[in-house]
Design a binder for this molecule. Structure first.
Ligand SMILES: [Zn+2]
Length: 323
């Protein structure tokens, strides 16, 4: 499911420089380092999407000017067409961080055309899910965009692996700041602790529990906490390929919500449309709790951790373990 009128309207509004309602049309954003606090060279880092942008800011601190190209939930990264300004923002980068797995190929394409090419951290390469296969047996069944679920920032393990690769790249590019980056990495681990703790809490709540999802965004997290995916297969295949489910797929989903075989509905609020709304209504009618998630970091959330933690706490509440 894709191409919602609301998103297109917001995109058009942002192109005209108008503020989108609910806060959101703005795209590229740069945070400047305070060079006085950096013991080495300050690096220019460009990140394709804000799911990774906040993590890069935390790890780079005052030794990285971080430009995030897609910085709003009003834009759909799957369908994104970069502007010439977006492409130009890659030109002077020392380091580029992309998700990979064909999620933000526009960013990889922009980098391929640069001479010399900057250093690139590609999260999919780092975690080994590039080229349509996974080296990780736990993730081998996941499918999106034909083969690989690209929502890598929803995997706690992939986030950790990618963060390490980002720190390594920063240290290689600014060796004088290597100790600084090591300190930042340690501070990031501390920041991450509430998220890690909530994942552990959830692992104690999911025995025998199932979920179904309107989109595949949350699947890595669901797997990490031990939830079983009960999304009806036809619907799931359609959602994975960003195609429209058949009426039979939707009916099967509604039946599963009604018959008690689904404990939680995971609903991506960033992808609206009549079918997800219909499923949400079916869940509410059946008394199945709905957990709202988003593809990108919402405009109101300051950080990756705050964003993820809010979603995990909703899930804990839905599973009866909220405090
Ligand atoms: Zn997606």
């Amino acid at each position: 499911m894709s191409r919602r009128p609301t998103v297109l309207a917001l995109l058009a509004a942002s192109t005209l420089g108008l503020a989108a309602c609910g806060g959101g049309g703005n795209s590229t954003a740069t945070t400047e380092a305070d060079a006085a606090n950096c013991p080495g060279d300050v690096l220019d880092v460009v990140v394709s999407v804000n799911q990774w942008g906040d993590i890069v800011r935390a790890l780079g601190g005052d030794c990285a000017n971080v430009t995030t190209v897609i910085n709003s939930t009003a834009l759909d990264p799957h369908d994104y067409e970069p502007t010439t300004g977006d492409i130009a923002s890659f030109e002077d980068a020392d380091l580029v961080v992309v998700n990979g797995a064909d999620y933000d190929h526009w960013a990889s394409d922009a980098v391929d055309n640069l001479d010399p090419e900057p250093t690139v951290v590609d999260a999919a390469d780092v975690v080994g899910v590039e080229d349509g296969h996974s080296d990780d047996a736990d993730h081998a069944d996941d499918a999106d965009h034909g083969s690989v679920n690209p929502h890598l920032w929803y995997s706690p393990e992939y986030v950790a692996q990618t963060a390490t690769a980002i720190t390594d790249a920063l240290s290689d590019l600014s060796p004088g700041a290597a100790d600084y980056f090591a300190d930042r990495a340690a501070a990031w681990q501390t920041d991450l602790q509430p998220y890690t703790d909530e994942l552990t809490t959830l692992q104690g709540l999911t025995a025998g529990k199932t979920y179904a999802a309107t989109e595949t965004v949350f699947d890595y997290t669901a797997a990490a906490v031990g939830l079983t995916d009960a999304t009806p297969e036809g619907y799931r295949d359609a959602a994975s390929n960003e195609s429209d489910p058949s009426s039979g797929d939707v009916a099967a989903f509604e039946a599963a919500l009604a018959d008690g075989s689904i404990d939680v509905l995971v609903y991506n609020t960033q992808t609206e449309g009549s079918v997800p709304e219909q499923l949400r209504s079916a869940a509410e009618s059946a008394g199945v709790p709905v957990v709202e998630v988003t593809e990108s970091v919402p405009d109101g959330d300051d950080s990756f951790v705050q964003w993820q933690l809010g979603q995990l706490q909703q899930l804990a509440d839905a599973l009866g373990g909220g405090q």
